[in-house]
Design a protein around this ligand. Structure first.
Ligand SMILES: Cc1cc2nc3c(=O)[nH]c(=O)nc-3n(C[C@H](O)[C@H](O)[C@H](O)COP(=O)(O)OP(=O)(O)OC[C@H]3O[C@@H](n4cnc5c(N)ncnc54)[C@H](O)[C@@H]3O)c2cc1C
Length: 263
């Protein structure tokens, strides 16, 4: 990466102004991904002096500053209690500790990575994002909207819940990106998200609506739910897996996940 100027900003307004001055100005968080991907940067804007590295908790929620490392999120006791630690479980399967010490929660969201193991999990938690300019929005609004890439994420908030959860990353090797990932939570109602389709993760809205109107989750209901999921998912092929293989994975792991969360 070639950088003309490195700027450590003093406040978030300055960061936002600089970021929007020139398409070649770029925010850097942990830099783990950015340094591998971007070639030419005019001004590289560091948020390091803005105190965005924190985890604050109260009775109802956890607030995580955008610059908090994945490792800090993974190891946090309160995060570990939310829906049986599904976020910590997913983070713990990303590369090694050295990358997780560098990479941040903000960079993991703003990168909008279609291979992300974190976005599907945030989709099944009760998670809000807080942007400097746009203010509050849900993670689902963020990934389904366009034109938000020049805003700055300041923190995320996850409402506490003690439901059951299931996360499965299916990859060729432990350090590879997912061929598919499945995140499910259940606290009286179901939330299901699938990532690495290989396109962007999505909530299975129709499947959730079907399950959430059932009184009894029998094997037959689970079979029907999986059929609905397969019609609404946007599975396709890439170098990691074919569409047909992803369909088999989705069927298998959605079923296993549903059985696990209703135990
Ligand atoms: C080798 C490698 C393997 C990986 N494997 C996986 C994997 O298997 N699964 C997985 O889920 N993830 C994986 N990741 C991604 C990783 O978990 C992080 O999501 C990634 O490194 C981005 O975080 P970062 O802090 O490094 O962000 P950066 O690289 O600093 O930034 C990423 C992008 O987000 C923007 N950005 C960062 N912070 C903000 C902010 N606060 N506001 C606005 N824009 C912002 C930057 O401008 C940039 O465009 C991998 C990363 C690497 C380097």
């Amino acid at each position: 990466m070639n950088v003309n100027e490195y700027v450590v900003v003093e406040n978030i307004d300055q960061a936002y102004q600089l970021f929007n001055q020139n398409k070649k100005n770029q925010i850097i968080a942990g830099g783990a991904w950015l340094k591998l991907s971007v070639k030419e940067v005019n001004k590289l804007i560091s948020l390091d002096d803005l105190s965005l590295n924190y985890i604050k908790t109260n009775d109802k929620s956890v607030e995580i500053g955008a610059l908090t490392s994945l490792r800090e999120v993974e190891m946090n006791d309160v995060v570990n209690e939310i829906d049986h630690g599904i976020l910590s479980t997913a983070i713990s399967q990303i590369m090694g500790v050295s990358i997780r010490n560098l990479a941040t929660i903000g960079g993991s969201i703003m990168g909008r990575f279609s291979f992300s193991d974190i976005i599907p999990v945030l989709l099944v938690l009760d998670c809000q994002l807080y942007f400097h300019n746009r203010g509050e929005m849900t993670i689902n609004e963020f990934i389904t909207s366009k034109g938000l890439d020049r805003d700055i994420l300041t923190y995320i908030k996850i409402n506490k819940s003690t439901g059951q959860s299931y996360f499965k990353k299916i990859s060729h090797t432990a350090l590879d990106f997912s061929m598919l990932n499945v995140a499910i939570t259940f606290d009286g109602s179901f939330r299901i998200a699938i990532g690495s389709q290989p396109g962007m993760a999505m909530l299975c809205e129709q499947t959730m609506a079907f399950l959430n109107q059932q009184n009894d989750i029998s094997e037959d209901v689970i079979e029907q739910a999986v059929s609905i999921a397969l019609t609404e998912l946007k599975l396709s092929s890439n170098i990691r897996a074919s569409k047909a293989y992803r369909e088999v994975l989705a069927k298998t792991y959605i079923k296993r996940g549903l059985r696990q969360v209703i135990k």
